[in-house]
Design a protein around this ligand. Structure first.
Ligand SMILES: CC(C)(COP(=O)(O)OP(=O)(O)OC[C@H]1O[C@@H](n2cnc3c(N)ncnc32)[C@H](O)[C@@H]1OP(=O)(O)O)[C@@H](O)C(=O)NCCC(=O)NCCS
Length: 164
């Protein structure tokens, strides 16, 4: 599959997947290309993203991004798994790999993620990947679920041990 097909397969028009992201449901080919352009334009060393591909059959099951802040110390990750592939540990595995990648290859001090308080599956992924709940962020971000900004929480995974 090409990248546009991947965007549509992963995000598609499924509100269960898009409710708590800022990408719009019912992505057209044009919107998918625009979304890809944002990823590609930002895809220097500061904002890499990856398709998540299942080893057994090469199915694309989701995507994950890591975005460095200007100081280079904080990296924010966010991720999406296609609904049919929920519940197999894929998001947790992907977040753990991003954490390992960040700490093994850069001097960043922490990996963070922001998730809506009403998105417990995402909070659980972060908890399983060793993140701790940090600041409560009232009315912090707008998602597709509603035009109103939703209460969120930042989760943090600190680097442990000496810098590599
Ligand atoms: C959140 C999301 C990425 C999780 O993907 P996943 O591959 O199913 O995650 P995992 O299988 O690694 O782990 C999910 C965990 O959440 C738990 N969970 C699922 N729904 C839950 C709910 N409503 N309440 C509490 N826990 C829940 C699962 O039981 C599992 O925990 P467990 O292993 O202890 O049983 C996926 O649901 C998704 O893409 N959602 C839409 C996009 C999104 O919200 N992205 C995150 C933005 S911050």
């Amino acid at each position: 599959m090409d990248d546009v097909s991947n965007v549509q397969a992963v995000f598609g028009d499924d509100p269960r997947v898009t409710n708590y992201v800022q990408w719009k449901p019912k992505a057209t080919e044009e919107e998918s290309e625009y979304f890809l352009r944002i990823l590609v334009d930002g895809a220097d060393n500061r904002r890499p993203s990856w398709w998540l591909v299942r080893r057994s059959d090469a199915a694309v099951v989701g995507t994950i991004i890591a975005a460095w802040d200007s100081s280079g110390e904080d990296v924010e990750t966010s991720y999406v798994i296609t609904h049919e592939h929920w519940g197999h540990g894929y998001a947790t595995e992907a977040v753990e790999l991003v954490v390992r990648f960040v700490f093994a290859t850069t001097s960043a001090c922490r990996v963070t993620a922001v998730c809506a308080e009403e998105n417990p599956a995402s909070a659980r992924v972060l908890e399983k990947a060793g993140f701790k709940p940090a600041e409560y962020l009232p009315a912090f971000a707008k998602f597709n679920v509603s035009p109103e900004p939703r209460d969120c929480r930042r989760y943090v995974r600190e680097r442990q041990g000496p810098l590599k």
